[in-house]
Design a protein around this ligand. Structure first.
Ligand code: C2O
Ligand code: CU
Ligand code: CU
Length: 507
């Protein structure tokens, strides 16, 4: 299960391991790069099950500086489909995992126990985190007593380890997920993902919708087999030896059932009042264009790295994998009893719907969205000390087709850049197909897209940028606080697992 074996498998010409790009998708007109994996069971009926919100994890203890949590990663079951227990892998055995809530400035130490049959690595996505705690893909937590191949491990722990987060960052909608080398896609597909919400004084002073009117929504697409179990085209279903997916899924796996917080096409009762929706696209490869039907404004207040300086109204929001958009929807615009559907204008058939809100009637609403949300701290090109170019392309990985950064597959011990700590750099990112490009450690600002200004969805502090086919974007990235080795990668998880990832060291 090490990279050498992966390369050997690909180079050996094993037909099943060859990664191809189906030419019908991702080229023109298609909204996602990937292939549809159809379910083999009758699809659930939309808008029949209630939306649930993941449980908030209680600290096991707290002291003056730190909140301590314990998370056990274990197999569990989920009731996605009527009358079927679907086997999953979950943080605390649930899909999604529990939500962790942190206050900026207070440390969070999460003790993870691994009771899964595979090694894991936990990454806090969007976290401004010391390198040792960032969940590097070879920094592995093995199950206690694991007897298999450990040659892939860089840092090795067994049974239990702590991830210590400093949480020195702005309020933002973060999420945590598995990041094991070569096997992130299938592990997240099985359920290893959860929210980690950070708040701060600036956000707490705002009169935004809160409490039950602040809804985290994790959107994923999944497919099910005839028995109602999760379907994923792994070459090796044990997720222990040979990485990769069978053809034609090397460009990305698209499911045909849309789950929100683990429920297919749920329905949520809402008062005729403002709600904050923290939308996360945790799908492996699917992009969404979300809109309300009947139409209404999605008032964007935040993104990956927290609040925007000022709200931005949208008719629709486009989200690539891993991106977050915090929006406020005012349901008082609708009449009592009205059904308001969150649709996906990029989805064909049933993937064109996401969830439904049922407006229950008038209710007091003390919330509002101020015209100034947060203090803008724009990075400036004048501060940039270096310019680097990264090409994200289909390419040769160990003699066969795969995904590359600057023509090279991921190698955990090779750096593609060595930014100086405390400096700002300009990164030019170029794509062939859809590639949602994610940078660890540092949130960034989008400077330009093509020869134009940033796009409609590029505003604020981002950690993932949605690159469309044959596109170029320029971002400004500031490397602060923590030296060490971090990652730059495509967040289409099939691309990531098939080597579209690179390490950089901040020194
Ligand atoms: Cu969301 Cu490197 O990951
Ligand atoms: Cu990340
Ligand atoms: Cu990609």
């Amino acid at each position: 299960m090490n990279r050498r074996r992966f390369l050997a498998v690909l180079g050996g010409g094993a037909a099943t391991a060859v990664v191809g790009v189906p030419l019908v998708v991702g080229v023109r007109g298609a909204s996602s790069t990937g292939a549809l994996l159809p379910s083999r069971c009758p699809l659930p009926v939309p808008f029949t099950r209630p939306l649930t919100v993941p449980a908030v994890l209680r600290p096991t203890r707290t002291d003056a500086t730190t909140d301590y949590y314990t998370v056990t990663q274990r197999p569990g079951t989920a009731a996605f489909l009527d009358g079927v227990d679907t086997r999953i892998w979950g943080y605390e055995g649930t899909f999604p995992g529990p939500t962790i809530r942190s206050r900026s400035g207070r440390r969070a130490v999460v003790t993870h126990h691994n009771q899964l049959p595979v090694p894991v690595s936990v990454h806090l996505h969007g976290g401004h985190t010391p390198a040792s705690e960032d969940g590097f893909p070879t920094d592995l937590l093995f199950p206690a007593g694991f007897a298999g191949d450990m040659s892939m491990a860089g840092v090795m722990t067994h049974g239990t380890r702590d991830y210590a987060y400093t949480v020195r960052q702005r309020a933002a909608t973060l999420w945590y997920h598995d990041h094991r080398m070569d096997f992130t896609g299938p592990s997240v597909w099985r359920g290893l993902a959860g929210f980690h919400l950070v708040t701060d004084d600036e956000e707490q002073r705002l009169p935004l919708p809160s409490g039950e009117r602040d809804l985290p929504l994790m959107i994923v697409d999944r497919s099910f087999d005839a028995g109602g179990q999760l379907r994923y085209p792994s070459i090796d279903g044990t997720l222990l030896h040979t990485p990769g997916v069978t053809e034609p899924y090397g460009a990305g796996v698209l499911g045909d059932v849309i789950l929100v917080n683990g429920t297919p096409w749920p329905v949520a009762p809402v008062a005729a009042a403002r709600y904050r929706l923290r939308i996360l696209n945790a799908s492996n490869a699917r992009r969404y264009r979300l809109a309300l039907d009947p139409g209404g404004v999605l008032l964007q207040i935040g993104t990956d790295g927290g609040l925007l300086p000022a709200p931005r109204p949208h008719e629709a929001i486009e989200l690539a994998p891993a991106q977050r958009f915090d929006v406020v929807v005012d349901f008082s615009r609708y009449r009592t009893g009205q059904q308001v559907t969150l649709v996906n204008e990029f989805g064909e058939g049933r993937a064109g719907q996401v969830m439904r809100f049922h407006v229950t009637g008038p209710a007091p609403d003390g919330s509002s969205v101020p015209s100034t949300l947060s203090v803008d701290t724009a990075l400036s090109t004048g501060d940039s000390v270096a310019t680097r170019t990264f090409h994200f392309r289909h390419g040769t990985v160990g003699g066969a087709a795969g995904w590359t950064v600057n023509g090279e597959p991921f190698a955990p011990d090779r750096d593609v850049a060595r930014p100086r700590l405390g400096t700002t750099e300009t990164w030019r990112l170029m794509s062939d197909f859809h590639h949602p490009i994610h940078v660890h450690l540092a949130h960034f600002q989008v400077l330009s897209r093509g020869i134009g200004a940033p796009g409609d969805y590029d505003h604020g502090w981002k950690d993932t940028i949605d690159l469309r086919p044959a596109e170029e974007a320029t971002i400004l990235v500031r490397f602060e606080d923590y030296p060490g080795r971090y990652l730059l990668h495509c967040h289409n998880l099939e691309h990531e697992d098939m080597a579209m990832m690179a390490a950089f060291t901040v020194a």
